[in-house]
Design a protein around this ligand. Sequence first.
Ligand code: NAP
Length: 541
Amino acid sequence: MNEKINSLQSKNSVLDAMVVGAGISGLYLLHRLRQIGFSCQVIEAGADLGGTWYWNRYPGARCDTHSLEYSYSFCPQLQQEWEWSERYPSQVEILRYLNRVADQFDLRSGICFNTRLVSADFQPANNQWHLKLDPDQQLSCRFLLMATGCLSSPNMPDIEGLKTFKGPIYHTARWPQSQVDFSGQRVGVIGNGSSGLQIIPELAKQVKQLVVFQRTAQYAVPSGNRPLDPQEVAQIKADYPGFRARNRQQSSGQLSNVETCQQSALTVSPAQRQQLYQASWQQGGFVFYDTFNDLMTNQQSNQTAAEFIRTKIGQIVNDPQRAKLLSPQHVMGCKRPALENGYFETFNRPNVDLVDISANPIQCITTSGIRLRRDQEYLLETIVMATGFDAMTGALMKIDICGLNGLSLKQKWSTGPHNYLGLSVNGFPNLFTITGPGSPSVLTNMVVAIEQHVEWISDCLQYMAQQGYDRIEASAEAEEEWVQHVNRLADDTLYTSCNSWYLGANIPGKPRVFMPLVGFPPYAEKCRQVVEQNYQGFILS
Ligand code: NAP
């Protein structure tokens, strides 16, 4: 029995808002909704707050957005007082920061931990959502706000024999709370996306032998992580609002301190191109992927960047055979590119093996290791799955959400996510998704995207309260147009040219649809205009 929910429910027989998830979105929603006088409760499946940063606590876990940008901007005092130590914040530091935010705004009192939303049924008679929770409890709310995260539902591949393995199997996105000691062990890692790239160098330092099972080589550039320079911090803090405003003008909502390049990779001479790539490479970070303005729209330009990275890999990795295997061949950036800290160098270590499972796939997991289709078996004591997520829709699809006329969200989205602005779904009144598919979300600095959504939603709820509305829903026409708009923008890029989680292609059976929206500033402007035109595209009643 959850006493916190009970006491709230008895004070207000129907909650104004239920927020699902106590990550960066859920925490800010709770704060904003309290400010506008809403009764609000957050439920969180984890035992503590932090969302992504609570679950992904594997060795090496670190954000790849700059610290001074990956933080809330809503409180001038908070952003002035908080001190980040490095250019890119570690998981530990982000979690410390989120706990400080929770303490400062008394947020813990509004969160029930270890509590899941199992199902939500919309009741049109009274415009309320009827919720069933685990542990078993039922309650009602007027607005249901899904702060469930874009990358929160881990992808555990269905490999034969998974349950028979004698040793532990860890997923990077469900890492144990206590430290794991790998010393003296033979450890296998499956997956080399952003999580794999971070954990592999750390594990290599600890283990006796590390075996990396690679299906697709990954593009990565050095992060250039370093302690923050106090002068640089002081300069940003001297005009933090201006800095934030410049962030919001960037397509990716970040890196305003870097001049965005305005030329094509094909308009400069080969020598100049190399020089510019080299300068970006040395600077470190995502600026490399923005060295030219057409790397994600022109395949020929893209190839020049891809080739530069492959050459670098060839220079870093001593064994030419290995370097070749580590060199990606797909379009750079169509799978989310990564930043690395010593990843490629790790493959010069004598205790690290690289196994190409694209040529010889995993057949099964045995009691004592991993067996490949062509007979080889690797003996292991521990397996680490860095196999990613059922992105963008996975967490929502785990919940039985039922809207008007008995239609479930699973049915509605059976051919891919359909919504308006990534915020609202026709047929599902008073439901909002924070950084949902169809919004810039994962193509953006997540905190910028989250703040924009939380503020838009809370302003909308306040407007509804002031105007006496108690129901809001995206219109079918607005939704249809929006879905087409999201697809059109994606079709003008190279994002759709390979199998990626952006497309749902990493999950067997998931519809292949490009889920995020390209470009933050025009999106934010569209959301502003929608409000200006009395919530154009929404039905309010
Ligand atoms: P990911 O990018 O989806 O990578 C998953 C890896 O597992 C890929 O190498 C994939 O190979 C492999 N894999 C999946 N299923 C497999 C199977 N059945 N057999 C063999 N290999 C399999 O997942 P992630 O690394 O967790 O990253 C997901 C996203 O989270 C990132 O793109 C990023 O947006 C975010 N993230 C960010 C940070 C950061 O800020 N620094 C850190 C971690 C994660 P294929 O490529 O062949 O499918």
